[in-house]
Design a protein around this ligand. Structure first.
Ligand code: F6P
Length: 322
């Protein structure tokens, strides 16, 4: 491998810049040239290639977002789109591609590799933490802490007014952020896509807890929960809790921004360097991850085959401690 391309795609996550930096710097150490491709697969098709060196990634490790920008590309879902992408890679003499993103990003990379024989390695980066083959994805820890900080603040005002708050956190298909923030914030209840939500049961549990002289109550709702999020849940339960003057707060995209935590920066640095290493070793169609503090290589087809399962022991713990 002499020249690689690197791109970020799908929803951004804090730590993507740290991963780009690690890819570029580890490549420089290995005499590999790097092109950054802007706007993900859109830029791959539309020739948005920029030459990168050690200096292009100075002073970015602490920044949220992605200096390469991110986008979703419908054209890349078509064979003709991927053909254009492969032609551009050839034009720049790029032998291998590192893609930083989630399962949608990996699905595209896997197709490109199979159809055009291009070596690809994936780096898992999404706040949802829904990728198997790594204990955590880049950005998850940062998003968790951003959400937790917001929830702690909501608790202050909820407590002052003795109100009930329904706080919606991100997580399209999985409840990792909802579950861990609910434990860390001492929330009264967490509603997750992984569990069926029985409205009668939700009401019963909240009434039960409110009987214990609680002055405020906080329910963390994953956006992908069965009820369809916090606004819909509020419609269903507000009349039963009228005396608690219910409020809804949707945290939304603030969870995707901000400076990455130390843990995300270290994870991104490890995975960026590992991606270059595995390409040099001749691997392709794989994802790099960290499992039990050791680097792990997972075939992309496995990584995209199913969503990571939530830890049911943590669900039980949340129930014991509320
Ligand atoms: O996949 C990450 C994520 O932030 C999800 O939690 C959320 O459902 C989705 O992206 C939002 O996507 P968009 O930025 O396109 O609104």
């Amino acid at each position: 491998v002499k020249t690689i391309g690197v791109l970020t795609s799908g929803g951004d996550s804090p730590g993507m810049n740290a991963a780009i930096r690690a890819v570029v710097r580890a490549s420089a150490q290995n005499d590999v040239s790097v092109y950054g491709i802007k706007h993900g697969y859109y830029g791959l098709i539309n020739d948005e290639f920029i030459k990168m060196d050690t200096h292009s990634v100075s002073n970015i490790i602490q920044r949220g977002g992605t200096i390469l920008k991110s986008a979703r590309s419908d054209e890349f879902y078509t064979e003709s789109g991927r053909k254009k992408a492969a032609e551009n890679l050839e034009k720049y003499g790029i032998d291998a591609l590192i893609v930083i993103g989630g399962d949608g990003t990996f699905t595209g990379a896997n197709k490109l590799s199979k159809e055009h024989n291009i070596n690809v390695v994936g780096i898992p980066a999404t706040i949802d933490n829904d990728i198997i083959g790594t204990d955590e994805t880049i950005g998850y820890d940062s998003a968790l802490n951003t959400a937790l900080d917001a929830i702690d603040k909501i608790r202050d005002t909820a407590d002052a007014h003795e109100r009930m708050f329904l706080v919606e956190v991100m997580g399209r298909d999985t409840g990792f952020i909802a579950l861990e923030t609910s434990i860390a914030s001492g929330a009264e209840l967490a509603l997750l896509p992984e569990e069926l939500t029985n409205i009668k049961e939700v009401k019963r549990q909240l009434h039960e807890m409110l009987k214990q002289q609680r002055r405020s109550s906080l329910v963390v709702v994953a956006e992908g929960d069965e009820t369809g999020g916090a606004v819909k849940l509020a419609e269903k339960i507000k009349d039963d809790f009228a005396q608690y003057d219910m409020r809804v707060c949707i945290l939304g995209h603030i969870q995707r921004g901000g400076s990455p935590t130390a843990r995300d920066r270290v994870l991104a640095s490890r995975l960026g360097a590992a991606a270059v290493k595995v390409l040099k070793e001749g691997h392709s169609e794989v994802m790099v991850g960290v499992v039990n503090n050791a680097l792990k290589i997972t075939p992309l087809r496995v990584a995209i085959s199913k969503k990571k399962e939530i830890d049911h022991r943590l669900i039980d713990l949340a129930k014991v401690l509320r």
